[in-house]
Design a protein around this ligand. Structure first.
Ligand code: GLC
Ligand code: CA
Length: 570
């Protein structure tokens, strides 16, 4: 009797743990996973919140702001690299994948961040720098130590092209994104190693199965700690041509860094990378995790490849083509939206990040920037798909480029000064209050705070009902609660209008109309509803960036300059 009781308890425990291990997040009635309706938010850890006042943001700082993010409506954060790093490229040169940079805290701080996030329903994603390591990473240190070291083949080593002067002739003509040859000669062993980015960022050799295993294990290790997924860095340059052929050179002009212009057919987008992504996805699926791709593409066919033929690669390849539309152009946005809508994939929208100029001035005209910030938010946060925000956009943080070369922290800015000021301008400290250093820290932060922080900060904007911040907060609430915005299909309206971008999101008879005036003058538009078989007498305002009436006549609508209107059709 007793033995049977013990046995059944054991079975119960076994069942419980088995179901726990395999527990997948439930899909909604439309078959959508949690991340499809989530709002992601990128945090640049050095600049978000500083808990110990050393001028550098850190993990406890992020933890202390999770309540703010919950209030705002953020469901998941992606933290740019927070691993130990010599900071040649601000974290994108990882010297240890299994630890936290002491500037940012400890593994215990990371565990606490994850646990606190869990209580608030905010998942934590990390940045997986998988294409290359730091030259200070022990793997590379071993690899460079001798030609016979077991880790030699973990990186890409080659002899010089010309045997009579090997140290003067790189193996191919490939150039580094940051200028010069992508090969560096290492005198100790008399061979060249390959680096697509800075020389201290040697590329891993993904053709070596040991590399794949080691790197997949990195993800498993973090999944066990509760990490909900990864943003995959620089996946397009993970592989180079196995035959090491030269890229064709285009014309005789040099690029901004003084290098020949090449068609990057042998050092980029090699087909083998998709095999890795499929296998990495399997590991992610086993851990109920999501992968976001840093997927720079120039057309939709390329972007589509990253989803995988059977939706078995990256769940969230970011659509960067959207970010290259640098003007308020309804036709261009419409085209990009139609493109991805027509592809049958789940779109992933981004306006800016730590590599792209801040959206506030990219679209701003210098006079109506606040309205334009609300307009752009109303565009990408009402489209079908998942959105990835960048910290600070919700308060209207602007580009804050360094003023003197000696202040530049990003090597790209040092190399390109004064033409190219680098990316410090989009990485400045988050503005929390109107007190010293915007409440980021009591000492001078690692990058200067934007002068406008007295007005543009979380605390002050929270109190102002008309602020950009309150607009974002309302917009995110709407996005999370309105069924048409959550699930609805996208229907483009008035497709030849050059000034106003209008569309409907439609779900089970519920229709939300979005009207965005992208011009500097008032516009009157007659939304083509009946033409699209949408019956409506009027529109109930859900959110607008101007003083709209509660009920709007949707036969003919007048929208002020840069105005945004979102309403429910009745
Ligand atoms: C990725 C990162 C960027 C970095 C580059 C090279 O593109 O987003 O910040 O400079 O990799 O390391
Ligand atoms: Ca700190």
């Amino acid at each position: 009797m007793r033995r049977r009781a013990i046995a059944s308890v054991l079975v119960l425990i076994l069942l419980a743990t088995a179901s726990f291990a395999q527990k997948k997040d439930a899909l909604d009635s439309e078959g959508h996973a949690w991340w499809q309706h989530a709002v992601f938010y990128e945090i640049y850890p050095r600049s978000f919140a500083d808990s110990n006042n050393d001028g550098i943001g850190d993990l406890p700082g992020i933890t202390s702001k999770l309540d703010y993010l919950r209030w705002l409506g953020v469901d998941a954060i992606w933290i740019a690299p927070m691993f130990p790093s010599p900071e040649v490229d601000w974290g994108y040169d990882v010297s240890d994948y299994f630890n936290v940079n002491p500037d940012y805290g400890t593994l215990a701080d990371m565990d606490k961040l994850v646990a606190t996030g869990k209580q608030r329903n905010i998942r934590v994603l990390l940045d997986f720098v998988l294409t290359y390591t730091s030259d200070q990473n022990p793997w590379f240190q071993e690899s460079r130590s001798s030609r016979t070291n077991p880790k030699r083949e973990w990186f890409i080593w080659r002899d010089g092209k010309d045997a009579s002067q090997p140290e003067k002739t790189p193996p191919t003509n490939w150039t580094s994104l940051f200028g010069g040859s992508a090969w560096r000669f290492d005198a100790a062993t008399g061979q060249w190693y390959y680096h697509y980015f800075y020389p201290p960022q040697p590329n891993l050799n993904w053709r070596n199965p040991e590399v794949e295993k080691a790197m997949f294990d990195v993800t498993r290790w973090w999944y066990k700690r509760g990490i909900a997924g990864f943003r995959l860095d620089a996946v397009d340059v993970m592989f180079v041509d196995s035959q090491f052929r030269d890229n064709p050179v285009v014309g005789t002009e040099k690029n901004a860094l003084g290098d020949p212009v090449e068609r990057e057919i042998y050092d980029k987008n090699q087909p083998e990378l998709h095999g890795v992504l499929q296998r990495l996805r399997k590991v992610a699926d086993e851990n109920n995790a999501v992968l976001i791709g840093e997927t720079w593409t120039s057309d939709i066919a390329q972007l589509k490849r990253y989803y995988g033929e059977h939706n078995d690669e990256v769940q969230m390849p970011m659509d960067f083509m959207f970010t290259t539309i640098n003007k308020l152009s309804p036709p261009e946005f419409r085209h990009q939206i139609d493109w991805i809508e027509g592809s049958g994939e789940w779109p992933v929208w981004v306006l800016s990040n730590h590599d792209i100029r801040r959206v506030y001035d990219r679209y701003g005209d210098g006079q109506h920037n606040d309205q334009i910030a609300k307009l752009m938010a109303s565009l990408y946060l009402t489209l079908r798909g998942t959105a990835v925000m960048y910290y600070g956009e919700e308060i209207g943080m602007e580009q804050n480029d360094p003023k003197r070369p000696e202040d530049v922290k990003d090597s790209q800015g040092r190399l390109g000064w004064p033409k190219e000021k680098g990316r410090d301008g989009e990485r400045t400290p988050m503005q929390w209050t109107d007190s010293t250093n915007a409440g980021f820290s009591t000492v001078a932060p690692w990058l200067p705070v934007d002068d406008r922080y007295k007005t543009y900060n979380v605390e002050s904007e929270k109190k102002d009902p008309e602020s950009i911040l309150n607009y974002y907060q309302k917009l995110l609430t709407l996005r999370h609660t309105n069924p048409a915005l959550l699930e609805g299909k996208y229907i483009a309206l008035n497709e030849s209008d050059p000034n106003v971008l209008a569309f409907v999101r439609s779900y089970k008879g519920e229709n939300v109309l979005v009207v965005l005036n992208m011009s500097s003058s008032g516009q009157t538009i007659k939304p083509e509803l009946t033409q699209n078989a949408i019956a409506a007498k009027e529109g109930k305002t859900l959110l607008s960036s101007f003083n709209a009436r509660e009920e709007m006549n949707t036969n003919e609508m007048t929208i002020p300059p840069f105005g945004a209107w979102i309403g429910e059709l009745k």
